[in-house]
Write a protein that binds this ligand. Structure first.
Ligand code: NAI
Length: 315
């Protein structure tokens, strides 16, 4: 059964060196949690396109590690000396490079570059060229098809989705995504790898949005449609889901956090590709706000006015 296969995958696990391509919001977190794993320990090759983006990724990892270790020192879990030693150990397992050729010895490469299919296809082709034939290639995509990347790589049996959540260091879930051509041993190996980096893996098939975003994004769209129809105010829609459904934030606040441009591009992509799926719709207010440059928290205005994490109602 499944647990036996899982056990076998763990016993046979050959993952020692992990590559990460794209050191932005998501990729830097994947580098960090991988380098922090202790049983087993991994070496990590972290790749981004330019010196500036490598420096930015390195700085983010450094700050996040310091914050996490400082907290442990304050709690009395670690001495200052132990924290410094741990930080040095974790950092020493990470090397940085600006070219994918540095990934030649990796057993697993996780891609976390910009959500653009053409750029991802071209990267998967390059990855298949520079890595060993048994190296597993994974994408952190939120909304694109894993099968299409598998085909683009020319190594379809060894391509999976490894979908982390933001912030990677804190969020426990990883959606492990297989398609019809995924090698079952590769899939099990990725699930057990996700556990070793401290995450809870769930098995998904290659459907739009996998599990979480397939439920979440149409829910955000429904909140926006209610607002478009005048069924409720922004505040009442959000408060309802907070106090009535126990959600930590309402759909319109969450959409502002995600970024309205990101919501629009996901929904637009799905509507085009799956015109018969009734839960994939693009609300009018979403299109209008994005056209007006109101992208949510990051631009200072979306469904709310934003000052950092402080939110006020649009008059
Ligand atoms: P980001 O824009 O913060 O980072 C992307 C990084 O990739 C940048 O550092 C950029 O320099 C680098 N990059 C772009 N093209 C490259 C190339 N050809 N070679 C090497 N490096 C390249 O993006 P973010 O938000 O981290 O998203 C990355 C992926 O993760 C996307 O596929 C996105 O759908 C997915 N994702 C995003 C989540 C989020 O909350 N932002 C959540 C889960 C998944």
């Amino acid at each position: 059964g499944a647990s036996r296969r899982w056990q076998l995958a763990r016993e046979l696990s050959t993952i020692k060196q992990v590559g990460v391509v794209g050191l932005g919001l998501m990729g830097h977190g994947v580098v960090q949690v991988t380098a922090m794993a202790s049983s087993p320990e991994y070496t990590v090759v972290a790749v981004d396109g330019s010196k500036d983006s490598i420096d930015a990724g390195k700085k983010r990892i450094d700050q996040s590690l310091s914050k996490m270790l400082d907290r442990k020192v304050k709690k009395g879990v670690l001495t200052e000396g132990d924290a410094a030693a741990q930080k040095e150990g974790i950092s020493s397992r990470i090397s940085y490079a600006s070219d994918v050729s540095a990934l030649a010895d990796c057993d697993l490469v996780v891609e976390a570059i910009t959500e653009n299919p053409e750029i991802k296809f071209s990267l998967f082709k390059d990855l298949a060229r520079v890595t060993r034939p048994d190296c597993i290639l994974a994408s952190n995509t939120s909304s694109l098809s894993i099968k299409e990347m598998a085909v683009a790589s020319g190594r379809p049996s060894h391509v999976v989705g490894l979908h982390f959540f933001n912030p990677v260091q804190l969020m426990k879930l990883v959606e492990v995504v297989r398609c019809d051509v995924t090698d079952p041993v590769v899939f099990e190996e990725c699930k057990s790898w996700a556990q070793t980096v401290g995450k809870h893996p769930v098995s998904c098939v290659d459907t739009p949005g996998f599990i979480v975003n397939r439920l979440l994004v149409p829910g955000l769209a429904q909140g926006m449609l209610m607002y478009d129809r005048g069924d409720g105010s922004v505040e009442d829609i959000d408060k309802s889901m907070e106090l009535g459904a126990g959600h930590p934030m309402g759909p319109l606040t969450l959409a502002d956090y995600v970024g309205l441009d990101i919501c629009l591009s996901i929904l637009d992509g799905w509507v085009q590709k799956y015109p018969d799926e009734p839960s994939f719709v693009v609300p009018e207010c979403l299109r209008e706000k994005v056209a007006a440059g109101k992208l949510g928290r990051k631009s200072g205005e979306g469904f709310y006015l934003w000052d950092g994490d402080k939110r006020t109602t649009v008059a």
